[in-house]
Design a binder for this molecule. Sequence first.
Ligand code: IMP
Length: 197
Amino acid sequence: MKLVIATRNAHKLEEIHAIFDFQGLEVLSAFDFPEIPEVVEDADTFEGNAIKKAVEIAKATGCWSLADDSGLEVEALGGAPGVYSARYAGEPCSYEANNEKLLAELADKKDRSARFRTVIALSDPGGSAQTVSGECPGVIIDKQRGDHGFGYDPLFVPDGFSETFAELDPSVKNRISHRANALRKAHSEWAGLLQSL
Ligand code: IMP
């Protein structure tokens, strides 16, 4: 049985591929279907975007499909940047500009609590979808630290640690991250289903 991962991000693909490594399951990706146009992520929730991507790719390929959507939710900003995390400071997307905007928005805020969140959707070929989500709580510090990772990593210190995601060894981030937590849930909820098809 074929499972198409609705992404052209090689790093995400590797992470998902490693966890859905079952006998009898052929894992493909959007790279294998270059004729299918990029899905426009215009929903206003992570769930909405993840479902939209999984359903559109499932219907276009006739295969089961898995998609994810992630971002940063900051308590003092009412959950922003949320689904707009990638383009918080506008287009073209820039991690540096997003981080500067986040620091400016939080300049007078005492509450620095935040969380990264990931939603993963699984769609059958007919477009019927279900989701799981994972999160990683932490705080936003007032100056960027560290060189690993991407996005908001230099500003985010996960609960229980004193280093930012960009300072921690990537293997630590990959164990505790929102994406890792969501993938573990996806595996425990859907492994049986995917193996039985
Ligand atoms: P995506 O849905 O995984 O592509 O994530 C959307 C945006 O959320 C990214 O462009 C980043 O700005 C932010 N983001 C998601 N996951 C992470 C992370 O693990 N570290 C830092 N930023 C992240």
